[in-house]
Each structure stands twice: as C-alpha cells, then as structure tokens.
Design a protein around this ligand. Structure first.
Ligand code: ADE
Length: 236
C-alpha cells in the first residue's frame, strides 16, 4: 500500500518509522510519503490560512495550497482514496479500517485551525473517492494524530504487517457472537501469582473447551459493561 500525507507539520509523522509500520515499510509492504503543505503556498510568507467568510473565530486553511498539493498525487491515480480526518466525519470503526486496508493508495489531508476551505473537498469528491473520517467525538488540534491512529488501525490489517496473523482473529472488535461485535477477553502470562493475584484457574487447566467457554463469557461481560447494555440472560 502507498500512503501519502499532507500537513504543515511533517515532523508529526516520525512515529511511522517505528515498530510494525516502520518494519512494514522496510519490508516493502508499505510506502509512505510525507508532503509539507507550505511547499505549495504561493506567497513569500508561505501562508496557509486566512479569516473565514461570514466571520467567526479562528482561521480557515486556504484552498489553493491544498489544491496544488493534491493535484500531482491524485493525477493518474483515479483509484486513490483521499481521507480527510475531521471531527465532523463518520466515526472510524474496525469494519471501515478493514475495508480501507484493501486499498492500494491512501492520501491523508491533515488540516489545522478551523479546517480546510470546504471547496477543496467539493472539488476532490468529483474526481476521487473522498472520505471525511473522525476518530471519535472529541476535537483535536489537527488531523495529524487522527491520521496516525487511522494508519495504525488500517495498516496492521494488511497481510504480512502483523507478525502473528492469528492475533487478528481473536482481538477486540473482531470477535462476533450472534451478529454483535465483542471486545476481547482479558489475557494473562507468567508468573501464575503476582501481587497476590492468581491467574484464573481455568486458563491453567489445559481444558480447551472450558477455556473457550470462559473467554467467550468474559468477552460478553466486558462488552456489556463498556456498551452499558443489559445482558439478556440476566446473569451479570
Ligand atoms: N481533527 C480534529 N479532531 C478530530 C477528530 N476527532 N477526528 C479526526 N480528525 C480530527
């Protein structure tokens, strides 16, 4: 997968060189390119923002640098998916991450301030698949951290990026029971006793059927707790 990022803070993306994503790039599974929006400004001050039409607080990012920065990337790439991280977008889910992990090419437009002139999105949406995506119902100072979150959620689902593909099957938000997505059961490792806290006995029993049953019950109980849904059987 090819990933392009445009931002006024290219340094924000240093973590992409680390861990799984860094290794995936070294292994040739990913190719990441970071672009500085200010390289596409048209004035000596490298201005990227201006006051909003209609008044109001804050500044809006000017359309021209975004148009000029995106044009060469999307040219000859009609299959590209352009992602604009924004708190006004559709909230990212595991299902969306899985769908995006199948794309060949993603471009992230990381805005700051009060966002990007809306005409940039209108113009792009006539030429490419454009998605405005939020990582949750809260407001960050810019799209960079949100893009990092999305890139991690998406790229770890690309075959070969994660060391152990089996861990994808059982993890949080992938477990499905009766059509419901469940969070993961709790995990334990050695030693068997730590600060007076033992590992649940069933996990050391060697009885795989009982272990599977216990894990399913734990996943269900945790899901009910975080989603504040009443369990149907009334046993929690
Ligand atoms: N930019 C600012 N807040 C954001 C959020 N919650 N999700 C995505 N991008 C953002």
């Amino acid at each position: 997968m090819k990933i392009d990022l445009i931002s006024i803070f290219p340094e924000y993306f240093a973590p992409l060189k680390l861990s799984l994503i860094g290794k995936a790039e070294q292994d040739g599974l990913l190719s990441i390119q970071i672009h500085d929006l200010r390289d596409f400004t048209s004035d000596g001050h490298r201005t990227v923002d201006d006051t909003p039409y209609g008044g109001g607080a804050g500044m809006v990012m000017k359309a021209q640098p975004w148009g000029d920065a995106t044009d060469p990337i999307i040219e000859n790439n009609p299959q590209i998916i352009v992602i604009v991280p924004t708190p006004s977008g559709q909230v990212l889910t595991q299902e969306m991450a899985a769908e995006l992990s199948k794309a060949d090419h993603l471009l992230f437009l990381c805005g700051r301030y009060e966002g990007i002139d809306a005409r940039v999105m209108t113009d792009l949406s006539t030429r490419v698949d454009l998605r405005e995506i939020s990582i949750g119902d809260y407001v960050l100072a810019g799209g960079e951290v949100a893009a990092l979150v999305m890139i991690e959620a998406i790229t770890r689902l690309i075959p070969g990026v994660l060391g152990n593909a089996a861990s994808l099957i059982e993890e949080s938000h992938s477990l499905i029971q009766d059509g419901q997505s469940l969070v993961e059961y709790p995990n334990f490792t050695k030693p068997p006793l730590w600060r007076g806290l033992p590992v649940p006995e069933v996990l050391t029993s060697g009885n795989h059927g009982e272990i599977a049953k216990w894990r399913a019950a734990q996943a269900l109980a945790r899901t009910h707790k975080i989603k504040q849904i009443k369990p149907m059987n009334g046993d929690q």
